[in-house]
Design a protein around this ligand. Structure first.
Ligand SMILES: [Zn+2]
Length: 378
């Protein structure tokens, strides 16, 4: 392949757009420095990116020469919108995703049990949003395994979905993307968190009705050859257990580390239509401390196994436990420190997700759409 073949030009263009994304606002000379491309190539490619609506010029005061304006490049936030869905076992939340990987919340609905009904609802919302917006991607966070190559939900056990071909149910004239919720959560953290910028190995644990993990290795999401990587919720933590999991194993970690465990082991009665509502009620009870402390220990046991295998720099907890406060995280940290390999915990950080009202899953779905847009720039 020749050095300045059209394909190399496309790759350079995608690379520059990625650099603007990651370093914004950034000057043309900085881009030239980072990429090693000549200033004239950078000027030519950024001109295209501006004309195509990806990038915009903004002015800024120069750091060393006050008063002198420097032209900087930033992404155009509203240029590309995605419609993002956080498919929950009970409730699905949706919103609008922007080109900077942020989300504005739209609304929510009860997740229909039948996939065809669910996708009808997605179509309805897509059509509603399309009246006022140009939606360029639909992106779904799924509580299960997704074969991204075939756009197929392999299994979403807590929803009872198996082998659901998204493209068969839904065609909207724009690409429809989907990935596992924990994968998207680690993607969202990598994209938005200050302490993740230099991190190459990280784990995100989503604690909801089930437990899922997203695995970042060498700075990239690790999905595995058949898209089942990170299903740590189904690692065996009780070899003698007879309790059968829907994954067909027995004694899975998620029996002990999910919100369902806490609800089952709390001695009082809890109001709520579903596990999420019941757990929210549990968290408000003054006498729930004991069961939550035990939950923290159960979560820590799984983290010990993961940390001993993968030696991550950061373990992030999200889902329904992320707002449980310092005491909860202290128990997790202490238990992990006590049990895991000493060298594996030396620099290990365990913290809650930075995302709150707008879930890491939903933000991750927006980031997935952004990555897909950049990967398809021509
Ligand atoms: Zn299982």
């Amino acid at each position: 392949m020749k050095y300045n073949s059209p394909w190399i030009k496309v790759l350079n263009k995608r690379n520059i757009l990625k650099i603007v994304h990651e370093n914004r606002p950034v000057s043309r000379s900085e881009i030239s420095e980072i990429t090693g491309l000549t200033p004239s190539s950078v000027t030519r490619i950024t001109k295209e990116l501006i004309e195509e609506g990806f990038v915009q010029e903004i002015g800024s005061e120069g750091k060393n020469s006050p008063g002198r304006r420097r032209i900087l490049l930033d992404i155009k936030n509203n240029a590309f919108l995605s419609l993002v869905f956080d498919v929950g076992v009970n409730v699905t939340t949706y919103g609008l995703g922007y080109f900077d990987g942020t989300v504005s919340l739209g609304g929510s609905f009860e997740t229909p049990r039948a996939p065809e009904k669910f996708f009808m609802k997605v179509r309805e919302i897509f059509e509603k949003y399309s009246l006022d917006n140009k939606i360029s991607r639909v992106s779904l966070s799924v509580p299960g395994m997704v074969n991204m190559e075939e756009n197929r939900i392999l299994m979403a056990p807590n929803l009872g979905w198996r082998d659901v071909s998204i493209n068969e149910f839904l065609q909207l004239g724009v690409p429809i993307l989907a990935d596992n919720e924990a994968n998207l959560s680690v993607l969202a953290e990598k994209y938005h968190s200050e302490d993740m910028k230099e991190v190459k190995e990280a784990i995100f644990i989503v604690v909801r009705e089930g437990v899922g993990t997203g695995v970042l290795i060498d700075g990239k999401l690790y999905r595995g050859p058949t898209y089942t990587a990170g299903e740590a919720g189904h690692m065996t933590v009780d070899m003698r257990s007879n309790r059968l999991c829907h994954c067909s194993n027995k004694g899975c970690w998620e029996f002990y580390a999910s919100i369902n465990w806490a609800i089952e082991h709390y001695e009082g009665k809890l109001e709520g239509k579903n596990a999420i509502e019941k757990f929210a009620a549990l968290k408000k009870r003054e006498d729930s401390r004991k069961v939550l402390e035990k939950l923290a220990q159960n979560i820590a046991i799984g983290i010990v196994n993961i940390v001993n295998i993968l030696n991550p720099e950061i373990v992030i907890l999200g889902g329904e436990v992320q707002d449980l406060g310092e005491y909860f995280y202290r128990i997790v940290q202490e238990e992990v420190k006590q049990r895991a390999l000493k060298d594996a915990t030396k620099q290990l950080k365990i913290r809650p997700s930075i995302f709150g009202t707008i879930s890491s899953n939903l933000v991750g779905a927006a980031v997935l759409a952004v990555e897909n847009i950049i990967e398809n720039v021509r």
